[in-house]
Ligand binder design. Structure first.
Ligand code: GLA
Length: 378
């Protein structure tokens, strides 16, 4: 990829640039908990966005997306926000850096990536983190704290892209470390690296290819449900609620909001249980929690779809240890924890059965836990 974008950069801008990259992410467990001040357990993966960037001596940004073969140019003033959705991610990052009192000067850039779009692997967070990291390195002597880089990406989603997301994706993309998952407490922002080896098991994603689009999706509505329930219970967020409190307030909460909150409260505990189980190499418990999460996301949180439920059923039938919908939902991937000896049969069965019912195979992504945002040295 580096050679390809380097060549394109030279053809278009006639100079050389510096290279930066950042990754997409998986999440083992802890879904829709980040904006409830709960816990998440993600890691960065070997699917990434890479950018070749050079200053251009103007106050304009000139961007070429190699994958889309699309070009866009914008100024660094608020009034110059580009119409193209993909360019708004980059514009948003620049604005958010400036808003915090840091510097961005005009630059030229060519970028490309292999994070599948709309599969729930956070291609947008990879893009934001790549640019936030680059702006920090190129113009600010790396004075912006790493956590602030993640927050810059999150604010970009909120203020320029219409997604009221939590911090998980940008956190994972900025802090990702090879062979490690990270447990983040989304309230205190404390995090801990957990080496993830899972000897005898494989982690694999199956992409249903159902388009997952969080912009304008019911994602923001889910968040509103959670906030309504927290307000009714008189707590700051669902992090502070338990099942007994929820039951006691049942009459004052709509049936739908009740289901949403029931899922979130259950999920909060499951993340902690999975982290404990991992330290004992107890993958059966990890897997059981994953299935419980899927159930909750499908029945109570209602962010699944028939295709993802079918992939989950197939996993169960094939004896897969754990399987669940991953990410925001409304399409995208399942994440599966599979014993080595069952892997080939699971993949073959999932492809055949899914194809028979939906006319195409799911795309298979074996997971490699990798580094997050970084400068690519020569
Ligand atoms: C999306 C959001 C995250 C998180 C997940 C669900 O990926 O961007 O902040 O809420 O959905 O866990």
């Amino acid at each position: 990829m580096k050679e390809r974008i380097s060549k394109l950069f030279n053809e278009r801008f006639g100079t050389k640039g510096q290279f930066y990259a950042s990754a997409g992410r998986i999440n083992l467990i802890g879904e829709h908990t980040d904006y409830n001040d709960g816990f998440v357990f993600p890691g960065a993966i070997d699917k990434y966005i890479m950018a070749c960037i050079n200053v251009n001596g103007t106050d304009r940004v000139r961007v070429y997306s190699a994958d889309m073969d699309a070009y866009c140019e914008f100024g660094l003033n608020e009034a110059d926000a580009p119409a193209e959705q993909w360019a708004r991610y980059i514009f948003g990052v620049c604005r958010e850096v400036i808003k915090r009192g840091f510097v961005v000067r005009g630059f030229d850039v060519v970028f490309a990536g292999n994070v599948p779009l709309g599969a729930g692997l956070s291609s947008s967070a990879a893009l934001e983190s790549c640019f936030a990291f680059a702006m920090n390195d190129m113009f600010n002597d790396n004075k912006i704290e790493k956590f602030e880089l993640a927050l810059i990406g999150q604010s970009t989603e909120h203020n320029y892209c219409g997604v009221n997301c939590g911090i998980m994706d940008q956190f994972a993309s900025v802090f990702g470390k090879k062979d490690c998952l990270m447990r983040l407490d989304c309230r205190s922002l404390e995090y801990e690296y957990f080496p993830f080896k899972a000897d005898g098991y494989k982690l694999v994603l199956l992409d249903s290819k159902v388009k997952h689009e969080l912009v304008d999706s019911p994602y923001n509505k889910r968040r509103q449900s959670c906030e309504r329930v927290a307000a009714t219970l008189g707590v700051k967020s669902l992090r502070d609620a338990d099942m007994a409190m929820l039951e006691a307030a049942k009459d004052r909460i709509s049936e739908e909001d009740f289901m949403r909150a029931r899922y979130v409260i259950g999920e909060k505990q499951r993340v902690l249980d999975v982290c404990d189980a991992l330290q004992r190499d107890d993958f059966e418990t990890v897997g059981r929690c994953m299935y419980e999460t899927h159930n909750g996301l499908s029945k109570d949180y209602e962010v699944s779809c028939v295709e993802l439920d079918y992939l989950n059923d197939i996993a169960r039938e094939c004896g897969v240890t754990g399987s669940r919908i991953m990410g925001g939902g409304f399409g995208g991937c399942t994440i599966n924890l599979v014993k080595d000896e069952l892997y080939d049969n699971f993949i073959a069965t999932a492809k055949a059965k899914f194809n028979e019912r939906y006319g195409h195979e799911p795309v298979v992504y074996p997971v490699v836990i990798s580094d997050g945002a970084h400068k690519c040295e020569d």
